[in-house]
Write a protein that binds this ligand. Structure first.
Ligand SMILES: [Mg+2]
Length: 129
């Protein structure tokens, strides 16, 4: 039933058309069928920290000086980032947040309030005295 459900969703929303709103709906249906119910908000906060740590572990080995214990068995950065997005979607759903609207407001803030912030940062422009 669950794989049928996922196939149904994939037919409805091709991955090229996946929107943040579709993704939140997909997560909600997945949680209510395969996942039974949402973990509590605090449990999901813990999971978000775990998944952020997994992103950090992969990136410190890919871009930092740390090495992988078993070369060739590297966990994928893409998969870990997707894990972060999934739990962010869970937290948004269970707290009534429309991430599409939130992202729109957030990008607007970054584009107005913070419009010149980075351009005026000498650490970024290399114009340090
Ligand atoms: Mg993970």
């Amino acid at each position: 039933m669950n794989s049928d459900f996922y196939e149904f969703i994939k037919q409805q929303v091709t991955m090229q058309e996946l929107t943040i709103r579709n993704y939140q709906e997909m997560i909600d249906r997945w949680v209510r069928t395969t996942g039974v119910r949402y973990f509590s908000e605090l449990t999901n906060l813990g999971i978000l920290m775990e998944e952020a740590g997994e992103v950090a572990r992969v990136m410190t080995r890919m871009f930092g000086e740390q090495s992988f214990k078993e070369p060739g068995k590297e966990a994928g950065l893409a998969d870990e980032l997707a894990d972060v997005l999934f739990v962010v979607g869970c937290i948004a759903n269970q707290t009534g947040i429309d991430l599409t609207a939130a992202i729109d407001r957030n990008m607007d803030k970054k584009s107005t309030r913070d419009r010149l912030r980075h351009r005026n940062n000498p650490k970024l422009t290399g114009e340090q005295g």
